[in-house]
Design a protein around this ligand. Structure first.
Ligand code: SER
Length: 320
């Protein structure tokens, strides 16, 4: 049976995903039904101020509880996270934000009887033992990054809270997300976004991974669609809960550069791998998402060509 999402809270609404998911949720559910929350250090844009807007650090459990009460929240999208590269620099912080913050949210989910909690997981859950091509949904999860460790923990916690307490927690393993509105921060797949900005502004980009580095990637409209589609899926059809692979496209850094060059003639690039290469090398090249396709009809709309074309159009308009 499908539970209603009447009052939704987004945690991390100013981040890469939150800044596009929040307006999409408001479009669907109404401005007043979606509370955007953001960290004290970030400045929200006008679009986010079109509905309820509140400051929230996920580590402040009392404030999180207060906002759930104040707005009679029934559903939470938790997008607060320290990504993979930053997590290697600040492992304790990554654990606090990605695990302790989420654990508090799960406990509040029980206390306030929330009907839905959504949390992205990541290709970061995979480690070097996993098949690099079409990594299956069910496979050994032994990540070698702190980020991966936190995301595997979140998947296990979410699944446990569903089985033990009936709390409807759902999550999917997102690939690297490419988007034009808000830059990602501290991830390994950030090169796939930065390259567009630098190609348009400077005509040159130095990748921080090797040319042959191939990873699963996804364009933001598909990312937003995947989160909303899973949140709205009929619970009766779900055999998985917090650990769906979702796939869209896979390409190497070199293939991306050459595709951008087709749209921006004269664009030049080179490759100087840094410490993020090791993280990239520990992740699969592509992932198999059959359970998502079977259980909630997941299907992406964008491929490499259509994504690159749309990114360049949007960024050229934005950066003029
Ligand atoms: N984009 C994320 C990262 O690179 C992967 O989930 O950390």
């Amino acid at each position: 049976m499908e539970a209603e999402m009447d009052n939704i809270m987004v945690i991390g609404a100013t981040g890469q995903i939150g800044s596009e998911l929040t307006p999409a949720l408001r479009e669907k559910y109404g401005n007043e039904s979606v509370v955007a929350t953001y960290l004290l250090t970030e400045e929200p844009d006008e679009e986010l101020a079109r509905g309820p807007l509140e400051k929230l650090n996920i580590l402040n459990r009392d404030r999180m509880a207060g906002l759930i009460e104040k707005y009679d929240i029934d559903s939470v999208f938790n997008l607060a996270a320290i990504l993979s590269a930053k997590g290697e620099k600040f492992p304790a912080k990554a654990f606090q934000v990605n695990v302790s913050g989420f654990f508090d949210l799960l406990e509040l989910g029980r206390k306030f009887d929330l009907t839905r909690i959504m949390i992205p997981s990541s290709i970061g859950v995979f480690g070097p033992e996993v098949p690099t091509k079409n990594a299956p949904n069910e496979t050994v999860l032994r990540p070698t990054s702190m980020y991966g460790v936190t995301k595997v923990t979140d998947e296990l916690l979410g699944n446990y809270y569903f089985q033990k307490f009936g709390l409807d927690v759902r999550g999917l393993r997102l690939p690297g997300i490419i988007s034009s509105k808000t830059l990602p921060g501290g991830g390994t797949t950030d090169y796939a976004v930065e390259v567009f900005y630098e190609a348009i502004k400077e005509g040159h980009y130095t990748f921080f991974v090797r040319e042959d580095t191939t990873l699963p990637l996804m364009y933001m409209p598909d990312c937003v669609k995947s989160l909303i589609d899973l949140a709205e899926a009929d619970l009766d059809n779900l055999e998985h809960h917090c650990d769906f692979n979702v796939s869209s496209m896979s390409f190497s850094a070199g293939e991306l550069a050459r595709k951008i060059e087709e749209f921006i003639p004269g664009f030049t690039y080179d490759f100087q791998p840094d410490e993020r290469q090791e993280i990239a090398d520990s992740w699969p090249n592509s992932i198999d998402d059959s359970p998502a396709r079977e259980e909630w009809s997941w299907k992406p709309n964008y491929g490499l060509e259509s994504m690159v074309k749309d990114m360049i159009e949007k960024l050229e308009a934005k950066l003029q």
